[in-house]
Design a protein around this ligand. Structure first.
Ligand code: ADP
Ligand code: MG
Ligand code: ZN
Length: 489
C-alpha cells in the first residue's frame, strides 16, 4: 500500500517537473509527510508492543473477602461464573454464555471484583482498558483485541491454568452504540473484532476464557454487545448502603491502630453517597491525619475531618475575608435551619471551612431521601436549596454568586416536578410541551417556594443569627449541636 502511494507520488512529481512547475515545495511537503507517517507508525508500534509486551497478565491473589458490602452483586457474579464454567464444560450443544458486564459508578469495586473473579475461578488475570484499543490508525484496535485473546491463552498455558479471565475496563469507549461516533470507524472495527472473539470463545478447547467488562453505564453500549452469547449477564454494582459502607470501612481499617473513641458505625452514617474508593481513601486520610498530630492511633475526629477532605477537597486557608466568612456562615445556617424545620433531625453536619470544591456545606442524613419522592418532598428540598441565598438576602440585604449552584439545582427540581406530571400543567408529554409555558411554570414553582423559604427564615430570625454566629466561630458543627442551638431560643 505504502509502496504504491510512493510510486504514484514519484510519477506525479515527474509529470509536474516535465511541465516546468517548481516541484521543490511539493517535494519537501511530501518528504516531511512521509517521514511523519513512518515515524507515527513506529510510535504506534512501539506504543502497542510496549503495552503488551509488559506482562499485564498476573495471578490474582485478591479474594471476594476484600470486597465489602455488595453482597448481591457478589452473589450475582459468582452465580454467573458458575454458569460460565459449567456451560463450557458440558458440551450439550448449549450455546455457552458470553461475557459478564459489571455496571456501576466509579470506585464501587468493579476492578476489585474482576480480580476476585479471576482468583475464584483459578484463572490467570489480564486487564485492558477500552481506551487502549482506540487509536488513530485503522486496524490497530482490532489487532490488539486479537492479541489480547491469544495472549490470554498463552499465559494460561504457561501458568498451567485451564482458564484465563480477561477484564476490559471502560467498555463504553469501544462499545458505544455504533455509528454514534462519526468519523471513528476504528471503534467499529475494534468492536467487531471483540464480537468475533466473544463468538469464538467456545471453540478453544484447552483454555477457557472468561470475559468481564466494566462500564459506568450499560445503556450507552451497542445492543449487539448485549445479545445472547455476548455480554448477556449484567451485574449491577451500586454505591454501598449503610451496612456496605461499614463493611468497607472495617476492611480498610484492618491493621490500623484505632483509638477507643472511634465509632465506625457513626462514620458509615456520615458517609452517605461515598463509594468504596472514597472510603478506602478516607481510612488512609484519617491515618495521615493522626500521624500529623503525632499520635500513634487514629481518633474519631481524624475520621470526621477526613470525611470533608475526601468529599470536598483540601482546605484553602486564608481564602475569604472575615466579612465573606460571615456571609458563608449565614448562607449555610440558612440551609441547615430550613432542612431541620422541614425535615426534623435531617442535618448531619454543617461546615464553613473553605475547601477546594466548596466554601461551605451541609450534609443531610441518608434516611431523609425516599425511594419514591413525592411532590411535597421535592418542594421541601427545593426550599432547602433556596435557603442559602435567601438567608444572605434577609440578613445582609443582598445575595452573592455563592448561591448559583444551589439555584441551578433548584431549577432542575422544579423541572422534575413538571416532567413527572406534578405541576399545574398536569400530565404532559415532555417532548411536546410548549417551551415558554414550561419555563413559566418552572419559574412559578421556584418563586413560590422562595417566598415560603423567606417567610420561614424571617420568622426564625433569632435561631438563624445564633446559628450563623456560632458557625462562623466554630467552623464545623454536628447535627446534634445544631439542633441544640435551635432549641435554646
Ligand atoms: P471501579 O473499578 O469500580 O472504579 P475499583 O475496583 O478500582 O473501582 O476500586 C478502587 C479502590 O477502592 C479499590 O482498590 C479498593 O481499595 C476500594 N474499593 C472500592 N470498592 C470497594 C469495596 N466494595 N470493598 C472494599 N474496597 C473497595
Ligand atoms: Mg476500575
Ligand atoms: Zn448553598
Amino acid at each position: 500500500m505504502k509502496e504504491l502511494a510512493a510510486a504514484v507520488a514519484v510519477a506525479a512529481f515527474a509529470v509536474l517537473a516535465i511541465n516546468g512547475v517548481n516541484v521543490m515545495p511539493y517535494l519537501l511537503v511530501s518528504v516531511i509527510g512521509l517521514l511523519l507517517a513512518t515515524r507515527f507508525e513506529l510510535f504506534g508500534k512501539i506504543g502497542s508492543s510496549s503495552k503488551y509486551s509488559s506482562e499485564k497478565g498476573t495471578l490474582s491473589d485478591i479474594s471476594f473477602d476484600v470486597v465489602g458490602g455488595q453482597d448481591e452483586a457478589k452473589e450475582d457474579l459468582m452465580e454467573a461464573l458458575h454458569l460460565l464454567q459449567s456451560s463450557r464444560d458440558i458440551k450439550l450443544g448449549i450455546k455457552p454464555l458470553g461475557g459478564i458486564l459489571l455496571q456501576g459508578p466509579p470506585g464501587t469495586g468493579k476492578t476489585l471484583m474482576a480480580r476476585a473473579a479471576a482468583n475464584y475461578t483459578d484463572s490467570v488475570f489480564l486487564a485492558a482498558s477500552g481506551s487502549e484499543f482506540v487509536e488513530m490508525y485503522a486496524g490497530v484496535g482490532a489487532k490488539r483485541v486479537r492479541d489480547l485473546f491469544s495472549k490470554a491463552r498463552r499465559l494460561a498455558r504457561r501458568h498451567g491454568k485451564d482458564s484465563a479471565l480477561i477484564f476490559i475496563d471502560e467498555m463504553d469507549v469501544v462499545g458505544a452504540k455504533r455509528g454514534k461516533v462519526e468519523s471513528h470507524m476504528e471503534y467499529d472495527q475494534t468492536l467487531n473484532q471483540l464480537l468475533v472473539e466473544l463468538d469464538g470463545i467456545e471453540d478453544t478447547s484447552d483454555v477457557k476464557i472468561f470475559v468481564l467488562a466494566a462500564t459506568n453505564r450499560a445503556d450507552l453500549l451497542d445492543e449487539a454487545l448485549l445479545r445472547p452469547g455476548r455480554f448477556d449477564r449484567i451485574v449491577d454494582i451500586g454505591l454501598p448502603d449503610l451496612e456496605g459502607r461499614l463493611a468497607i470501612l472495617k476492611i480498610h481499617c484492618q491493621g490500623k491502630p484505632l483509638a477507643e473513641d472511634v465509632d465506625l458505625t457513626d462514620i458509615a452514617h456520615q458517609t452517605y453517597g461515598f463509594s468504596g474508593a472514597h472510603l478506602a481513601n478516607l481510612a488512609n486520610e484519617a491515618a495521615i491525619q493522626a500521624m500529623r498530630r503525632g499520635d500513634d492511633c487514629i481518633k474519631h475526629n481524624d475520621f470526621l475531618e477526613s470525611i470533608d477532605k475526601v468529599q470536598l477537597g483540601g482546605v484553602r486557608e486564608g481564602l475569604l475575608s472575615s466579612a465573606e466568612k460571615e456571609r458563608v456562615a449565614i448562607h449555610e445556617a440558612g440551609h441547615a435551619l430550613i432542612s431541620e424545620l422541614l425535615f426534623p433531625g435531617s442535618v448531619s453536619t454543617v461546615t464553613v471551612v473553605p475547601r477546594s470544591r466548596t466554601l461551605g456545606f451541609i450534609r443531610q442524613k441518608e434516611d431523609v431521601a425516599p425511594v419514591l419522592p413525592t411532590k411535597s418532598y421535592l418542594e421541601k428540598q427545593l426550599c432547602v436549596l433556596l435557603a442559602g441565598g435567601a438567608a444572605e438576602e434577609l440578613v445582609l440585604g443582598e445575595g452573592s454568586t455563592g448561591a448559583a449552584n444551589d439555584y441551578q439545582r433548584a431549577v432542575e427540581i422544579s423541572e422534575n416536578i413538571i416532567a413527572h406530571g406534578l405541576s399545574r400543567l398536569g400530565i404532559i408529554n415532555i417532548d411536546r410541551v410548549d417551551k415558554q409555558e414550561f419555563n413559566t411554570v418552572s419559574r412559578e414553582i421556584v418563586q413560590e417556594n422562595r417566598e415560603k423559604t423567606r417567610a420561614i427564615l424571617a420568622s426564625h430570625r433569632d435561631a438563624l443569627d445564633r446559628a450563623a454566629a456560632i458557625l462562623a466561630e466554630r467552623e464545623r458543627i454536628s447535627g446534634e449541636e445544631f439542633r441544640q442551638l435551635m432549641l435554646c431560643g
